[in-house]
Design a protein around this ligand. Sequence first.
Ligand code: NAP
Length: 256
Amino acid sequence: MILKDKKILVMGIRNKWSIAWGVAKQAYEHGAQLIFTYSSMEKTDKIEELIAEIPGAKAYVCDVQNDEDISNCLENIKKDYGKIDGILHSIAHANTEDLRNDFILTSREGFAHAGDISAYSLIAVSRIAVEKEMLNEGASIIALTYYGSEKSIVGYNVMGVAKAALEASIRYLACDLGKKGMRINAISAGPIKTLSAKGIKDFGSILDIVEEKAPLHENVTTDEIGSVAAFLFSDMAKAITGEVIHADKGFSSVAV
Ligand code: NAP
């Protein structure tokens, strides 16, 4: 029970295929109390149905494109739960055309949109949580990233650039949060068939290549990402901050 007595906020749940759901299940198995956020009111019924599987869990609407929305949502969570011990940021978005066309055609608006939701929102959430003094000392924040930040991957395009910004932000946030005894890290997950992944061109062939080339010759699961997250949320990981940890069956460690 490495997360016993810890309250973890999971941001970015969409359905049972979401990485956020895999993390939530593992965190719960390890003893955490779960709180969720999701993007918009119209999804309430589906989210309520899903989280009913986790006893005591409650979900709040939070559109991370809007600071006021983040602030109101975190305020409500603080009122209901007091201080929390961890936040999972499992949120990203890019315009479909920016994942379909050549990268060179990325529009100014598309670049800003992907960067805002997929990278800047982590800074906003971290800052607002700190300002509201709702994180316990030793709290751990985790974001999700992908190898497309390090190498160009056909079709990942502007999302690769947003993930590079997210990873750099983690290193800078680690310095600021470290002053308060808090940690922040990213998990670079191997490819997983989720709703967001469906937007990426030829995603099926990316899964096939991982199976062929990764040292462990298989794709990662959301439960496996959840286990890594449970470790990073726990005090067992208290020496780790500012890191990007690859959970990809070793794919990123091989060249050819
Ligand atoms: P997912 O289930 O579609 O989750 C993405 C989440 O982002 C959804 O819940 C989505 O909500 C939310 N979101 C988008 N815009 C938002 C906004 N403005 N405000 C609040 N929430 C917003 O897909 P996923 O694959 O699990 O993605 C989770 C994270 O893992 C992302 O950061 C992704 O880049 C990363 N990741 C995924 C893979 C992969 O292969 N699947 C690999 C490595 C890293 P709505 O859909 O309700 O708008």
